[in-house]
Design a protein around this ligand. Structure first.
Ligand code: TRP
Length: 327
């Protein structure tokens, strides 16, 4: 049976944190055998909230190294930059005719960004963020889009645009489905709902053991557990959320029991969490070192992915042109 096709991507955000890993990358890696996957570096999307492009290239390389170090296989799943495949901008333009501004203004993800970043006047390209994303997905006929919850509205817009195109010009595009991760959102070290670079509450995938320990030391815990001996409430504790995600089952049960009884203090609990995390990160950091020392390989991987991505994109655009009777 034909494998279904995945298209997913991330903006070029630089070194990834554990929230990116849990929310997306880990899932991409798990799915790469079952699906035919394509992974995009959405560098044009960066411009919607930051016009300064001086660091985009370095951020791209840093992010791609994290993808590789964590085990995303570029032979199975080509990686490419949006900016290097011109068909993205062309399909974006065509799609921009197939959706109203009122529909885009209702996008809840946009509303959240406007609030979080205190944006007073939205630029045209930011309003069109999901239109470019629809072009990203549909250029590769992505049927399955593994993303976090905040991206579901964008996949819905993608489906609407695909339907509209197919109705107007003839069947070219699939109706893409989002695929949510089981562990959609990792809270930050300060207890905020989201781990995010702009909130400065992250642990990076590239943080070494001492940094992980130091960061966890400062993590918030159950505010009612003030000293060792006080019974704790694992279910409201951020550090316990990390244990549940990153530690082995037996340890998690042991920590639950001993935190609740008061036998386990927060300092010890945090060190056990650091150990669990560090054992997951150690092999990733090792591989990262290899790619940092062999940057030409990273560049070759991108070039190869861009060639393979471009071939698919060009094929789709020739179908688009034919249906639209352009050219
Ligand atoms: N908007 C996505 C995010 O911020 C990034 C993205 C761009 C994307 N194009 C995509 C995700 C296509 C999935 C598919 O996470």
């Amino acid at each position: 049976m034909r494998k279904k096709r995945i298209l997913s991507g991330m903006r070029a955000t630089g070194k990834l944190h554990l929230g990116n890993y849990v929310g997306a990358l880990e899932n991409w890696i798990k799915l790469q055998d079952e699906y035919e996957s394509y992974h995009l570096i959405a560098d044009y999307h960066n411009l919607t909230t930051n016009l300064d492009t001086a660091e985009i290239y370095q951020n791209t390389i840093d992010m791609v190294i994290d993808w590789l170090a964590a085990g995303l296989d570029p032979v199975k799943s080509p990686f490419f930059r949006q900016s290097q495949i011109k068909e993205h901008t062309e399909l974006h333009l065509i799609f921009s005719m197939l959706i109203t501004t009122a529909r885009l203004e209702r996008n809840p993800t946009l509303k959240d960004q406007v609030r979080d970043l205190n944006i007073e006047n939205i630029i045209y390209g930011h309003l069109g963020y999901p239109v470019l994303q629809a072009a990203d997905i549909l250029l590769y006929k992505g049927e399955v889009v593994p993303v976090g919850e905040d991206q579901v509205p964008h996949v819905e817009i993608t489906r609407e645009i695909a339907r509209k195109f197919n109705l107007q010009y003839g069947e070219v595009f699939p109706e893409s489905e989002p695929l949510l991760t089981k562990f959609p959102r990792l809270p930050g070290l300060d207890g905020q709902a989201k781990m995010s670079k702009s909130l400065d509450n992250t642990i990076l995938m590239s943080d070494g053991p001492d940094i992980v320990k130091a960061k966890l030391k400062k993590a918030v815990t159950d505010p009612l557990k003030i000293r060792k001996g006080d019974p704790g409430r694992p279910d409201v504790c951020l550090v316990f959320t990390y244990h549940k995600k990153f530690n082995i089952q037996d340890e998690v049960e042991d920590i639950r029991t001993n935190c609740s009884s008061g036998a386990l203090g927060c300092v010890d609990c945090k060190m056990r969490c650091a150990n669990a995390l560090n054992s997951i990160l150690a092999p990733i950091i090792e591989k990262r070192k290899y790619y940092e020392a062999n940057l030409h390989e990273v560049k070759d991987i991108l070039n190869d992915g861009e060639k393979r991505g471009r071939a698919v994109a060009q094929q789709t655009m020739s179908e688009v042109h034919e249906k639209m009777q352009l050219g």
